[in-house]
Design a protein around this ligand. Structure first.
Ligand code: FE2
Length: 325
């Protein structure tokens, strides 16, 4: 069964095609705001509308399949930026109607989790989900129909890990204000203590961000970047270790955009080693926002029996992972 999935929750428009768990193509185009600016919803949505057709065509030609060969369509229904979500929702509804094929709305966070679990061949891991807007420790209840499908054991009490780095990079006036640039500078910096906030299995970054911004001009940018990363990663590692002890899970996967950070993966792998748990992360292509993860998850959900009335599908910008049925 071939599924075409469309992702457009934030800056990335992605179209991926998956055939029974095998990724055939994963095309994308990213909206890049001018230096010093965050995502402007209207501009990001305009970008997605403009590039919808070329990205769709690229995905189909890379996969060597025609639109008529697609058996199932899927789109990222939420959470995300409302104006961006509407692009994939409208596009997917049109494709579904044109080809008379079914359509599923997929939770973006669930897609990050599912493609990581599936491609790594894990059974029932503890998920460490780290992206711009979301930072959560999640487990799945694999017994169908028994309570909530996913449980958030711990999460950020203020901002997502990716946003922490992006805001700091903008405040420090980096030429490339993003997490990759913070990571690049951190690799040659020295650690100094910054505020560290863990409450049970929850964590917070606002005090850490304020302190890091106030350190600009007093410490080198490299040292601040290093200390910001080490402190925030250590917070999540402490909470993840607590979650690992509580649940007794034997597998841990890190997923989402910030999972591409090698230092964070090293730190989590160390925690897992101490508890005899297997650690894994998929390649950056599948941890960044992408359409293949939407298609991959839709196929799992279809197999699980999920069916939807296409007319009733609409974006849900505030759809939490623990509301997924
Ligand atoms: Fe994401």
């Amino acid at each position: 069964m071939i599924c075409l999935g469309i992702e457009s929750t934030a800056h990335t428009l992605g179209v991926g095609i998956v055939d029974c768990g095998r990724v055939l193509s994963n095309a994308k185009s990213m909206y890049k705001p001018p230096a010093g600016e965050g995502i402007i919803p209207r501009n990001a949505a305009d970008h997605h509308a403009e590039f919808f057709l070329p990205v769709l065509q690229q995905a189909l030609s890379s996969a060597k399949v025609s639109l008529q060969e697609i058996s199932l369509f899927a789109f990222s229904q939420g959470p995300g930026i409302g104006q961006c979500l509407r692009v994939s929702c409208a596009g997917a509804k049109y494709l579904s109607a044109k080809t008379i094929k079914p359509l599923l709305g997929i939770n973006h966070c669930h897609a990050h989790l599912e493609i990581s679990r599936g491609l790594l061949g894990m059974e029932d891991p503890l998920y460490v989900y780290v992206s711009g807007a979301n930072t959560q420790l999640i487990t799945e209840n694999r017994l169908q129909g028994k309570g909530a499908r996913f449980t958030v054991l711990g999460e950020t009490l203020d901002m997502g890990l990716g946003n922490l780095f992006d805001v700091f990079a903008r405040e420090a006036k980096f030429l490339y204000p993003n997490g990759s640039e913070v990571a690049r500078l951190a690799s040659s910096g020295k650690y100094f203590p910054l505020p560290y906030t863990v409450k049970g299995m929850n964590f917070a970054f606002a005090g850490l961000l304020t302190s890091a911004v106030r350190s600009i001009g007093k410490h080198s940018t490299e040292d601040i970047a290093r200390s910001l990363m080490e402190t925030s990663f250590a917070e999540i590692c402490e909470a993840a270790e607590r979650a690992l002890c509580l649940t007794g899970k034997r597998e841990v996967t890190v997923c989402g955009g910030v999972a591409q950070n090698q230092r964070f993966c090293e730190m989590l792998a160390d925690v897992c080693k101490g508890h005899g748990a297997r650690f894994g992360a998929v390649s950056p292509e599948f941890n960044a926002d992408n359409g293949a993860m939407i298609a991959y998850t839709a196929l799992s959900e279809w197999k699980r029996g999920k069916r939807e009335k296409v007319d009733a599908l609409k974006p849900n910008g505030y759809w939490r992972i623990d509301e997924v049925m």
